[in-house]
Design a protein around this ligand. Structure first.
Ligand SMILES: Cc1cc2nc3c(=O)[nH]c(=O)nc-3n(C[C@H](O)[C@H](O)[C@H](O)COP(=O)(O)OP(=O)(O)OC[C@H]3O[C@@H](n4cnc5c(N)ncnc54)[C@H](O)[C@@H]3O)c2cc1C
Length: 469
């Protein structure tokens, strides 16, 4: 019987184990799968903490239903009845700029009326589809900032692109790679010669397809409805782990993966347990994977260590609804760096998912740190609370002290796909050919969203199946 070890019990490792087990069963193969997770708790970054009637998301608060991967997995494990879609508030997103919150415009007319971008900035944006804009430089891994300045202008970079990069990656657009972070945008520019042109062409195509009765997906942007579970996002790893049962060994930290004697791989754990495997799939963060693989292949470890991570602090504040004058009728807001605030933005969690706060209360979740403000993750809890309170007062006029406070720390929270990431992935691919049966998956490589992690897990499970044949 072949033995497969999966390392890491976040969404990537759990979904890889679940998908692999289904594929193995469908193929009628006799395979033993074991998943080793360092912590006693499964789920990695997915963790819904319940206290005083609030449901606080430690990490992700949902996935978008515009991509099929997580929804398909939910269908396969039979948990769609527990899904909880965010309400219409989640579609209204705001940017704090020059002393006020501006709703992100959702179309041309709203954009013209919006005070977020100045008239010169709007005129600069209007040039985007014209030949005055330089094309993408060939053979250059362009930063998101260079792309933004080139196509949309400096103001749109500061007020639209940079906040989006901080909202998704807690990243710095001056270092992040367009091609690695948003490959679809790079592709649209190549295909259509510009973003506005791409949006127009895709909207026309969507209309044609709808008229022809075809099922259509969203056009260019991420779109979709933010989706979670009534109990919080942790319901997903809980469901996966209870279905996987005895396959999972929690509280087991892998220290090294080496070549075995009679079997291909030998896995050593911190408690002295040693296991043999025909295939090893590592679904841990790149820096942890580097530590495990340093004895096996120093070059792989060196490339993995080049993937930087941003650290973050997530702060939950609960208030009596009546103490907050703002209608909180949206998803929340992001703050451009030049505003000089301490927080990256605040999500109005209980506005999107009402049951996240007790009746008559609201739950706000603010983010601090990231690649642009690394020093803030070292602040004490008291300083964090003071700075978040100051920002909430400045942005939303909240004077009241929160009745409920939780501060969550995420050291090395999110991998940063900086310039050169694509080359690093190619180098890894090449180096891994020397180690058949060693598979790397997880959010360090080709997407950090939950949908991306599940998509990567599916590819990893398929690769494992090929190797079993
Ligand atoms: C604050 C925050 C908010 C986010 N919000 C969203 C969102 O709203 N929507 C979205 O789609 N994405 C969001 N993301 C991104 C998303 O949550 C992550 O990309 C995803 O959960 C990563 O899953 P993973 O399994 O690849 O990694 P992880 O969740 O990091 O799991 C890796 C696992 O490996 C284990 N491990 C590490 N070392 C070892 C070892 N030596 N031995 C055994 N096990 C080990 C770890 O303990 C961990 O459980 C957010 C991320 C953060 C930090």
């Amino acid at each position: 019987m072949k033995k497969i070890i999966i390392i890491g019990g976040g969404v990537s490792g759990l979904s890889a184990a679940w998908l692999l087990r289904s594929k193995v069963a469908a193929a009628g193969k006799n395979v033993e799968i074991t998943l080793l997770e360092k912590e006693q708790r499964l789920g990695g970054k997915m963790w819904s903490i319940k206290a005083d009637g609030y449901t606080c998301e430690w990490g992700p608060n949902g996935f978008l239903d515009s991509k099929p991967q997580t929804l398909d997995l939910c269908r396969a494990i039979g948990v769609t009845d527990n899904l909880h879609r965010s309400n219409d508030n989640a579609r209204k997103r705001f940017i704090f700029s020059e002393g006020q919150l501006h709703q992100l415009p959702d179309g041309g007319p709203a954009f013209l009326k919006s005070g977020l971008i100045s008239w010169p900035g709007k005129l600069r944006l209007a040039l985007e589809p014209t030949p005055f804009i330089a094309s993408a430089p060939t053979g250059v891994d362009e930063t998101l900032a260079d792309f933004g300045r080139r196509r949309l202008g400096g103001e749109a970079l500061d007020k639209l692109i940079a906040p989006m990069v901080s909202g998704i990656f807690a990243g710095d657009p001056e270092t992040m790679s367009l091609e690695s972070c948003f490959p679809r945008i790079a592709e649209l520019e190549r295909e259509y010669g510009g973003l506005i042109r791409a949006m127009i062409m895709l909207a026309k195509k969507k209309k044609r397809d709808q008229a022809a009765g075809k099922v259509v997906s969203s056009a260019a942007g991420p779109g979709g409805i933010l989706t979670s579970f009534r109990e919080g996002i942790q319901y997903l790893p809980d469901a996966l782990s209870s279905s996987l049962g005895g396959i999972i060994k929690p509280g087991v930290s892998v220290t090294s993966v080496a070549r075995g004697g009679s079997v291909p791989y030998h896995v050593t754990c911190s408690d002295g347990v040693e296991l043999d495997a025909d295939l090893v799939m590592v679904a841990a963060p790149a820096f942890a994977t580097a530590d495990m693989l340093s004895g096996l292949d120093g070059k792989i470890a060196a490339v993995l260590r080049q993937i930087p991570y941003s650290s973050m602090t997530v702060v939950c504040f609960g208030y009596d609804r009546e103490r907050i004058k703002h209608p909180l009728d949206g998803f929340g807001y992001l703050i451009p760096k030049k505003e000089g605030c301490s927080t990256l933005g605040t999500l109005w969690d209980s506005s999107m998912f009402e049951n996240r706060a007790p009746d008559g209360k609201v739950l706000l979740r603010s983010m601090m740190g990231g690649a642009c403000f690394p020093e803030y993750v070292h602040l004490s809890d008291d300083d964090v609370v003071a700075r978040v309170s100051a920002d909430l007062k400045r942005v939303m006029g909240i004077d009241a002290a929160p009745q409920f406070v939780r501060v969550f720390r995420h050291p090395q929270a999110i991998p940063q796909y900086t310039v050169g990431h694509g080359k690093r992935l190619l180098a890894l691919e090449e180096l891994l050919t020397a180690h058949p049966g060693l598979i790397l998956t997880g959010n360090s490589y080709r997407g950090i969203g939950l949908n991306d992690c599940v998509a990567a897990a599916e590819r990893a499970a398929d690769e494992a199946m090929k190797l079993l044949n």
